[in-house]
Design a protein around this ligand. Structure first.
Ligand SMILES: [Zn+2]
Length: 378
């Protein structure tokens, strides 16, 4: 059986499925923003309901993905263990991670956070409105109090300062580069108006200027709030969702591979394959390089480390068939090279001084180096 092929199919399938989830999420976020705009940025029950439903749909999509992955391993590897498939999928869906959360709770958490973010953004929008009022009041007062000639000079000097103050008070809306760009656009527009009207320098020009600035700021608000909502609800959450989707499906893939094959007589163990996206050496380097006498990184069935090794772990397992001449060791040999790059400095020093290897100072079962107090250093 070609397990590399199964893995490749799994990856392809995940990516195409994810693309669809992403597209759907993008469309739904746009709809949400449109709705908010129509409602003059009031969050009502229906808006909250919309977000909750979105989370629910995503939950169902990801559970379907998990079931599909388990099924696919079964089918592609021609294992025909259909009864086991449902059970394995269910275990993944109900799995409680180290942070104590199950998949469904993660999505509940997602919808709560999205609602909270939305509320924050709307509060910023209200602050913006108040800022516009204050700014307009200052401007009006100034214009009315000034003579014609001064009008031009004072506005050119004062307005940038006021705008800066205004910008400060609505910082929460300028959360990302895109919002800041939109704000710069608004500012440029205001500057242009000032330039034009100050040349006219009449009371009428002053009134006209007020109107124009207010309009520019009002129009700009929509853009700023929309961009902030999109940023919080879509950009920020999508990354989180992808992590959830990936972690859960990768877990499903690992678990399905093991659960569906572990009773096969001919399977002696599982080879730990490092994912290419591992940014730096960690416990997975050890797992991928241990030597139990079954080949590099091959763990005996009954000695498989906890899966996955750490959150966001993208490593995978490949079942290994028993071959002649394989002799299983009781304890694994850990190559020093798998430990060197991530061992703490003080430990390396300690090993050198005491003529020990790093493997001597490594707790393999728990996947970590010994602590200072464990070797009597503190
Ligand atoms: Zn890993």
């Amino acid at each position: 059986m070609n397990w590399e092929q199964v893995r490749k199919l799994f990856l392809e399938w995940f990516l195409s499925e994810w693309e669809e989830i992403e597209k759907d999420f993008s469309e739904k976020t746009d709809k949400l923003i449109e709705r908010l705009r129509e409602q003059n940025y009031q969050i009502d029950r229906q808006t909250e309901e919309l977000l909750r439903k979105l989370a629910e749909e995503l939950y169902h999509k990801i559970t379907a993905l998990i079931t599909h992955v388990v099924n696919a391993v079964n089918k592609t590897a021609k294992l025909q263990k259909d009864a086991l498939v449902a059970q394995v999928a269910q275990e993944i869906i109900n799995h409680r991670w180290n942070d104590g959360l199950k998949l469904s709770e993660r999505f509940w958490d997602f919808s709560q956070q999205a609602i909270a973010r939305l509320k924050n953004t709307i509060v910023e929008g209200i602050r913006y409105d108040n800022g516009v009022k204050a700014l307009m009041y200052k401007l009006q007062y100034t214009i009315e109090a000034l003579e014609e000639q001064e009008f031009a000079v004072v506005l050119k000097e004062q307005l940038p300062k006021w705008l800066k103050e205004f910008e400060q008070s609505t910082k929460g809306l300028l959360v990302n580069a895109e919002s800041r760009q939109a704000w710069e656009k608004i500012k440029r527009k205001v500057e242009k108006y000032v330039e034009k009207r100050s040349r006219e320098g009449t009371y009428y020009a002053g009134r006209q200027l007020l109107k124009e600035i207010e309009e520019a700021l009002r129009e700009g608000k929509m853009e700023l709030v929309d961009k902030a909502v999109k940023w919080w609800v879509y950009d920020k959450q999508l990354y989180r969702l992808k992590t959830i989707a990936w972690t859960e499906t990768a877990h499903a893939y690992l678990k399905a591979t093991v659960e569906l094959t572990k009773d096969e007589e001919e399977i002696v163990g599982y080879q730990w394959r490092l994912s290419r996206s591992h940014p730096r050496a960690d416990i997975c380097d050890v797992y991928a390089n241990v030597d139990y006498g079954l080949g590099r990184g091959v763990h005996p069935k009954n000695k498989l480390p906890r899966l996955p090794a750490h959150p966001h772990c993208m490593c995978y397992l490949v079942p290994v068939v028993r071959r002649k001449g394989m002799e299983e060791r009781e304890k694994p040999i850990i190559p020093e090279s798998a430990l060197e790059s991530w061992a703490p400095k003080w430990l390396k020093k300690y090993a050198e001084e005491n003529g020990l290897s790093l493997a001597d100072l490594f707790n393999f079962e728990e996947g970590r180096f010994l602590r200072k107090r464990e070797i009597g250093l503190s």
